[in-house]
Every structure is written in C-alpha cells, then in structure tokens.
Ligand binder design. Sequence first.
Ligand SMILES: N[C@@H](CCC(=O)N[C@@H](CS)C(=O)NCC(=O)O)C(=O)O
Length: 290
Amino acid sequence: MAPGPKHLTTGDALPPLQPGILRVYSMKFCPFADRARLMLHAKGIEHEVVNVNTWKKPEWFVEKNPKQLVPVLEKDGKIVYESIITAQYLEDIYPDKNPLIPKDPYQRARDAIILDHCGGKFLRSMVPKVDKIRRKSKTSGIAAASQRRLEEERDGFLFRYHTEQKFQQLILEDQISVGQLKSALVVSSVWDWFQIQIQIVTEYCAPEYRSKPGFLDYMLWPVFARLRASGSLGVGEGVPVSMETLHAWYNGMLNDPSVKSILHPDSAYQEFSKHYRTENTLFDEIETHN
Ligand SMILES: N[C@@H](CCC(=O)N[C@@H](CS)C(=O)NCC(=O)O)C(=O)O
C-alpha cells in the first residue's frame, strides 16, 4: 500500500475540488478521522483523501470546519464534520452499499449506549485534557498533578478516563513504571472504572452479539486500537477475564480489510503520540503503509 498524501500545512493551497468527487479531510494518526475512513472503505465509497497538518493548519481549513478539526467530508459544496456524524451521514447517503447501522431500533439504542460510554465523550476530549495534564505534571510532578485532578473532578466520568490516559502517556515517556501505574489506578479507583468500561465493551464484542464488523465496531476500533498500541490493555495481573473476549474482538478486527486499510504499526502510534502537539509533530516522517 502506498503511503497517503502529505499533510497540507499553513501556506499550502487548497487542492482543486472536482464535481461529484467525495473528499475527506483527514490526518493519518487521528482516531476520529479513522472512523470516517473505516466507513468509507467498508462501504466501498469512492473518495479522495486530503491530509491536514492539525498542528499548523492551512488557512482555508477554517472554511471547511469552524472548529478546525478533522475529519471533514466535502462533496459538491456540502460539508459535514464530527466523526460520528460523518459516519452516520455516509450510511444515510449510501444506504444500499454494505449497510452498517442496524435497522432494529433496540439494537440501534444499545449501540448508541455503548458508543456514549466508550466512544463519544471520553475520546472526544481526550487529546486536550491529556495535554493539560501533561503540562501540569511537568511543572508540579506526577503525584501533585494527579492529586489535583482527583480533587477537581473526583466523580467525573471523563476525569477517570483521562487519568488513565495520562498514565499511559507517562509510561510511554518512561516517566512511570507499570507497577506505579497499577497502584495509582487502584488508589484513585480508576482501575474499577476501567474494568467496568471493558465489561460494557465486552458485552458488545462478544461473538454472539454481532457476526461481522458494523458501524459500532468502526466507531470503537480507533479508541481501542490506540489503547492496545500503548500496551495499556495488557496491564499486569488483575486483568478481568472479559479481556479475553476483548482480545478476540481485536484479533477479528485486525483481519478486517477496512481496518487493515488504515492501520499503522503500533510503533507508529507510539511515536506519534510522543510527539503530538510539539513543534516537531511528525505527520509525514513516521513510517506507515497508508
Ligand atoms: N469531536 C471531533 C474531534 C476531532 C478531533 O479532535 N480531531 C483532531 C485530530 S485527532 C484535530 O483535528 N485537532 C485539531 C485541533 O485540535 O486543533 C470528532 O469526533 O470529529
């Protein structure tokens, strides 16, 4: 597979749009953009990819999305953004191409619940919060930063996820060992929370629940692919039995042609997450196959 197009940056011109061609503005390592790209691939929708340097964006990008976030879809003057909305939109405009969203209202409602738990809120604000925590932990030390977060948002759903994310980041940066992580998670009761999340996803991942990947798999995959790449799903003893189901789901997903079409090696995600939001963000330098 050829590496994708280079990421356009400040000063770069908008590639000319062509009538009838669907375009996705993307970023190679963005989990949200992955959602749109997975749907495009799984439904076999012809499209072109324009990669955007999300750290130093081209000036014209604000006209595509006032929030200046990828993914964005554009075709014949119609623009749609927000990853879950783009995915639903693709299903709506191409209902007959490999339908991926269940028709049964109950199934749709269950999917929406799982996505609400695991795909929407906590992924949506993950990046800025991790940044904030990292900045804090640099200035005041890991323990102080995590203590402050505990006090600020003790009962917050997002906080628990972000704490977990923060520790992953610190592990990646070699600032904390897995043993320290485990004790920190237990102390802050994040570990229990994390297990509950895993159980919820497991209900969905169980083979009897679904026979082939659909909308929800593609919405969840980018989150869990990154957790997996960071090694945090293999954290020591105490891993719930349900993890086995989760791992079986991973293995199934890894063989899915749409997942393969966007997947990078674990090392590429790790490398990217180390550098994201630094002046040296490596959008094009990290070796990938797509
Ligand atoms: N809620 C958005 C989040 C998209 C998002 O955060 N994309 C990141 C890249 S992973 C981005 O474009 N960041 C640019 C920025 O923060 O300025 C969605 O689901 O599409």
